[in-house]
Design a protein around this ligand. Structure first.
Ligand code: MTE
Length: 305
């Protein structure tokens, strides 16, 4: 079975051809690690389209946003190594038939890990392509049986000010970091929980051991180091919407026509592209419109930004 999980990009946009050449070896390595499942492999799903090619792993692993550790893009690589991630458990609670505190390894033993090569677009107008390893969030939610009253899903990051130094100070953001999705967004097959990238485990600075990835939304929705998943009747208030409601809406769908109050979203800087490479035009829903536009068919996307 082949599932097409992305829109491909033209080969002219390839960020790092070296990584592309390494992909076959990565697949072999992943197979050796037992982290591909029934053959679903997003990168080569459609022979008519050029495959998505990953941004250099070096860039993705060293240009991060992890405000619990630092407000710059480089220091989380070192600082996040202090985060204890084993053992790890996730509380699943709220409007669900089988609430509980689950050991991560038990949750993972019920899932088939696969590779998902997705565009990733930050609200700050930079972008990259990341080969995540993970599984559909829907697959986890179905196991705990959401009640029909569940309309939204809220995610919470670990609160541990001893290892996450900025959590000791609430001036910039209210901790712990919280994000949310509407139930149909959460159940969409493109929405994954990631446990790895580049055929290996997830680096701590990128959100280990478990993070959300929602490829058609701005990167801040893709919350890291998740310890709690709560099914709710009403929309949660996410960290960024709470801190700056006019700047960061609940939906945060990538949209070139809805500017951030302080900058345009019509184009993006592709990380790893050469200095003289022009900015890339941003695509509606980050290029995933065929798959997800139907979720928002009767909505004014300027109002629900
Ligand atoms: N999750 C937590 N807990 N803390 C954060 O600071 N930053 C968000 C998102 N998830 C963030 C987070 C933002 S702004 C972005 S763009 C992405 O993570 C960045 O993911 P990356 O660092 O793996 O590229």
């Amino acid at each position: 079975m082949i599932i097409k999980t992305h829109k491909s990009i033209p080969s002219s946009e390839i960020t790092d051809p070296a990584v592309f050449k390494q992909r076959r070896q990565l697949i072999k390595a992943m197979l050796a690690l037992g982290i591909t499942g029934s053959g679903v492999y997003s990168g080569f799903a459609d022979a008519k389209e050029a495959p998505l090619t990953a941004t250099s792993a070096d860039i993705v692993k060293n240009h991060t946003n992890y405000y619990e550790f630092t407000y710059n893009k480089t220091d989380a690589t070192a600082l996040a190594q202090a985060l204890p991630i084993d053992p790890w458990s996730v509380e699943i609670t709220g409007e669900v038939e089988q609430p509980g505190v689950y050991h991560l390894e038990d949750l993972l033993s019920q899932q088939t890990l696969k590779e998902y090569i997705y565009r990733f677009r930050c609200v700050e107008a930079w972008s990259m392509v990341v080969p995540w390893v993970g599984f559909p969030l829907a697959s986890l939610l179905k196991k705990v049986k959401p009640l029909s009253s569940a309309q939204f899903v809220q995610f919470t990051t670990l609160f541990d000010p001893k290892s996450m130094p900025n959590q000791a100070d609430n001036r910039m953001l209210d901790w712990p970091y919280v994000e949310g999705l509407r139930m149909d967004e959460a159940m969409h097959p493109l929405t994954i929980l990631a446990t790895g990238m580049y055929g290996d485990s997830l680096p701590k600075q990128n959100g280990a051991p478990l993070r959300l990835v929602v490829p058609w939304k701005y990167g801040f929705k893709s919350i890291k180091a998740i310890v709690k998943i709560e099914l709710l009747k009403r929309a949660p208030l996410s960290t960024w919407s709470k801190s700056a409601p006019n700047d960061y809406g609940f939906y945060a769908n990538v949209n070139p026509d809805v500017p951030h109050p302080r900058w345009s979203q019509s184009s993006e800087r592709v990380l790893g592209a050469g200095f003289f490479t022009p900015r890339r035009k941003t695509q509606l829903f980050n290029g995933y419109a065929d798959e997800v536009a139907g979720l928002y068919s009767n909505m004014d996307l300027r109002h629900f930004f």
